[in-house]
Design a protein around this ligand. Structure first.
Ligand code: SF4
Length: 378
């Protein structure tokens, strides 16, 4: 069926404990509420059935989905398969944090059809894990990866964070080395961002801790890039690296402005040029689904200008860049002309139909993209 999304995201907002840097929608795990929540997610799935074509990607994210009892997660995957057609080779990911996954759980999830695990390792320095408020040690990360692998899963991704207060370049490279030593198929490396309203932001504002300086952070990024590329991980998106063929299909759909269905409290969806956001409060979300109401809180049609900005912003996140011909055909905008000076300054590279960030441009991508917007005739 053409013209319907082939991707589904399900948000599970529960975590064992809140990390100090976290501004995702997550709340402490409480079994009774979590079980009611899962029933509501299933109701929403049933209300949404028929809105997708065969699903190529399913992503169960959070929060920490693996704080949920395994039977609830298995039931959820069965309900997805009962509500939607799922392609034979669909990529089905679950986010799992060390300390919440063992071999038995991993095997049950794999048997249910989950074939990709994204593990929140963040650091292989236990002091930094404690500082971030993570519930696990680096040894538990190694055990979690062993458990998932021994359950028969080969598509494993590891998330890492750099720019942690007190982190040195050598300390970061140790984390990258440890991650590579575990031989995952995919590694994501994100800069720690102190978001307003988080305890981390407060600690930094009060001068009690400090992030490494800008130059060190840039060095951390470059050195990870070099190390991971040398180890055979292709750099395919600003923060993402994969062995050939293991790029995350679900996220590539976001960066390609593909459509997707979002299920769960706070989940976003994008269907037919309309972006939606579900109710962010778990109890109100449950109330809505219990009376058979779709729990959508916000819904907005994307204007031509916003669609163009999204296409440029998301397209440039990919290291292969965006296709200028496609942009011209879709929006009638000559992006090559707008990019001229940024190309001359060595921040963007224009090659044939593609426009992409250079090595210099990638570390200041937000500024480059903002400048490109200013020069574009919208
Ligand atoms: S585990 Fe992830 S979602 Fe949960 S509190 Fe920590 S950073 Fe946030």
């Amino acid at each position: 069926m053409k013209g319907k999304p082939g991707s589904l995201y399900i948000h599970i907002p529960f975590c064992a404990k809140k990390c100090i840097y976290c501004d995702f929608f997550s709340i402490p795990f409480d079994e009774t509420r979590a079980v009611r929540y899962m029933d509501s997610a299933v109701k929403e799935l049933e209300m949404t059935r028929g809105r997708a074509s065969a699903l190529d990607t399913i992503y169960i994210g959070g929060g920490t989905p693996t704080t949920m009892p395994v039977r609830s997660l298995v039931m959820l995957v069965r309900k997805i398969k009962g509500s939607f057609e799922v392609a034979d080779k669909a990529e089905i990911t679950i986010e799992a944090n060390p300390g919440t996954i063992d071999r038995e759980k991993a095997r049950a999830l794999h048997e249910a059809g989950i074939n990709r695990f994204s593990i929140g390792a963040q650091s292989f320095d236990d002091g930094q894990l404690r500082l971030l408020g993570r519930i696990h040690t680096s040894e538990e990360t190694v055990s979690a990866i062993d458990a998932v692998r021994s359950a028969g899963v080969s598509n494993i991704s590891i998330d890492l964070i750099y720019g942690i207060p007190g982190q040195t370049l050598d300390g970061w490279l140790h984390t990258v080395d440890e991650a590579v030593g575990l031989s995952p198929a995919h590694i994501s490396a994100y800069e720690l961002t102190p978001e307003r309203g988080t305890p981390l932001y407060e600690l930094i504002s009060q001068g009690r801790i400090a992030k490494p300086d800008e130059e060190s952070i840039v060095q951390m990024y470059y050195s990870a890039m070099e190390k991971l590329e040398a180890e055979g991980y292709g750099h395919y998106e600003i923060s993402n690296f994969a062995r050939p063929g293991f790029e995350c299909g679900h996220n590539l759909n976001y960066w390609n402005r593909g459509e997707y269905i979002g299920i769960g409290a706070g989940a976003h969806g994008f269907i037919g040029g309309i972006r939606t956001r579900n109710i962010c409060d778990v109890d109100k979300y449950i109330d809505a689904t219990e009376v058979g109401r779709l729990p959508v809180e916000e819904s907005s049609e994307i204007s031509r200008e916003d669609a163009l900005k999204e296409a440029v912003f998301l397209g440039l996140r990919k290291m292969e860049g965006l296709n200028m011909t496609e942009i011209r055909q879709a929006f009638g905008v000559d992006i090559a002309a707008a990019a001229g000076e940024l190309v001359d300054e060595g921040l963007l590279l224009s090659e044939g139909e593609s426009l992409r960030l250079t090595r210099r441009g990638v570390v200041v991508s937000n500024t480059v993209i903002a400048e490109l917007f200013e020069r574009m005739e919208l």
